[in-house]
Design a protein around this ligand. Structure first.
Ligand SMILES: [Zn+2]
Length: 471
């Protein structure tokens, strides 16, 4: 399958660059609108007065302005970086040096799969190096300034190394296999490629819980008690096949809070962030406390100091998070996603999208013009075809697709809220959403165009209103 494109190489290349800049300018316009809203709204707006005080509102406003300013510079940098890489032939350059490295080991250019793996390795190293300063600034300046960051530099470094090693271990064999399938698959390679991607994504989701996530964070079973009992009762009442119930120590990273569930068939797990739970004390903390009680006081004055310290830290911790009823309501919302098959629907849409993408890829990947337009005059490496076609030629389609998926996600959020209401959790869900919004310093109002493009969750006020309307 191959169709002839009635454009010259230059036209293809220029169209890609122009489109990338149109998208960039559009996104900058949206961010500008949102920023204008942050800057002009200094007083807590009347419609949010009841749920947010002026102090929290001001804090949230400053946090959002900081994040948006950072986003502006980061976005501008990435846009210029990408344009420069494409304009000066960055892709053929890295491909050429991957081949040269391979040649040093006695392999010629017929070893395309090996060359593709080296190419991906080079690109990953480059991306990591370029991203680290931005990521450091985000974590240790912006998040730190607003009291969210809990990582130490050591923790951060270890985390980055693990993340990079794991990405490489996963991505290199997948690249190799995919290139092989496309080259050896014949006329219907797109079907095999799609099946391969489908199986790999199911596999990754399956091993993620037991083998990947624990490499980064500590998961402990939620201890027996009132909360656990209530969650089990709720799950049983709607036939949710709850298999395991974990608390993850998100507090080692940041004070942002969350809850989610995952897993296939009868293997569902619920994960709660410790930062979500107001009354949660980790096992380590419990043991430490017990030790302190066991230890006889050595020095009277020292002992009182210790106690004071401990009291103030617990107080600080208790200032965030939800009580048991609210946690239960958040879970009712999450279980609503399951009951309404939102994750299955998302899986179906994304797989249909992958298949469609491969079908179009099959019609384009033998087109010499496309390769020439990106500086590949004599060769047509499969991995390069994947990058050029899926990332650049497809970018208009990708933009539309992601816009629709974001809109769908907001719809799902409303539906999950309605589900929580149907199991009598609306009141607690509302107070939980307000609390989480404050804890995470979310901004309670949003520019309508900006939120339509970026918000995977509807703005807080819309969610509260929607739940009231259901009566
Ligand atoms: Zn949700």
């Amino acid at each position: 399958m191959a169709i002839d494109i009635p454009f010259s190489e230059q036209t293809i290349f220029l169209s890609v660059i122009v489109f990338l800049w149109i998208v960039y300018l559009w996104e900058s316009y949206l961010s500008h609108r949102q920023m204008k809203l942050f800057k002009s709204t200094e007083k807590v707006p009347r419609e949010v007065e009841q749920i947010m005080d002026q102090t929290t509102f001001s804090k949230a406003r400053l946090y959002q302005i900081d994040k948006a300013t950072f986003g502006f510079y980061h976005g501008l940098f990435s846009q210029i970086e990408n344009s420069v890489i494409l304009w000066y032939g960055g892709l053929p350059f890295v491909w050429y040096y991957s081949g040269k490295l391979l040649a040093g080991y006695g392999f010629d250019s017929t070893h395309e799969i090996k060359q593709s793996m080296i190419f991906i390795l080079f690109c990953s190293i480059f991306n990591m190096i370029i991203n680290i300063p931005w990521d450091l600034y985000r974590t240790f300046v912006i998040e730190e300034r607003h009291n969210f960051n809990k990582q130490t530099l050591g923790f951060y470094a270890k985390d980055q190394i693990k993340k990079f090693a794991l990405t490489i271990v996963i991505i290199l064999p997948i690249t190799a296999a995919l290139v092989w399938i496309i080259k050896a698959g014949g006329d219907y390679f797109f079907i095999y490629a799609w099946v391969f991607v489908f199986v790999i994504s199911l596999l990754l989701v399956t091993i993620y819980a037991d083998y990947i996530a624990p490499l980064f964070d500590k998961f402990t079973a939620l201890p027996e008690g009132e909360l656990r009992q209530k969650i089990e009762d709720l799950a049983a009442s709607i036939n949710f096949p709850l298999y395991k119930l974990f608390v993850v120590e998100g507090s080692k990273r940041s004070t942002h809070s969350n809850a989610y569930f995952y897993g296939f068939f009868k293997n569902k797990r619920i994960v709660l962030f410790d930062t979500l739970l107001k009354d949660y004390v980790s096992k380590d903390e419990r043991e430490e406390k017990e030790k302190k009680i066991d230890e006889p006081a050595k020095e009277e004055t020292g002992e009182t100091d210790n106690n004071k310290d401990e009291e103030s830290t617990t107080k600080e911790k208790k200032s965030i998070g939800c009580d048991n009823e609210e946690v239960l309501a958040v879970l009712a919302h999450e279980l609503g996603h399951w009951k309404l098959s939102h994750n299955l629907k998302n899986l179906f849409i994304s797989q249909a999208n992958v298949l469609l993408t491969f079908i179009v890829f099959a019609t384009l990947h033998n087109n010499k013009k496309i390769f020439m337009s990106f500086g590949f005059m004599n060769e047509m490496p499969t991995i390069i075809g994947l990058i050029i076609i899926l990332q650049f030629i497809f970018s208009p389609y990708n933009e539309v697709f992601s816009f629709l998926m974001t809109a769908l996600s907001r719809r799902f959020e409303f539906q999950a809220d309605a589900f929580a209401k149907s199991v009598k959790q609306a009141a607690y869900l509302k107070s939980a959403l307000i609390k989480l919004h404050k804890d995470n310093l979310g901004f309670p109002i949003a520019d309508s165009l900006y939120s339509a493009f970026y918000f995977s969750h509807p703005p807080l006020l819309e969610r509260l209103k929607a739940m009231d309307k259901l009566d």
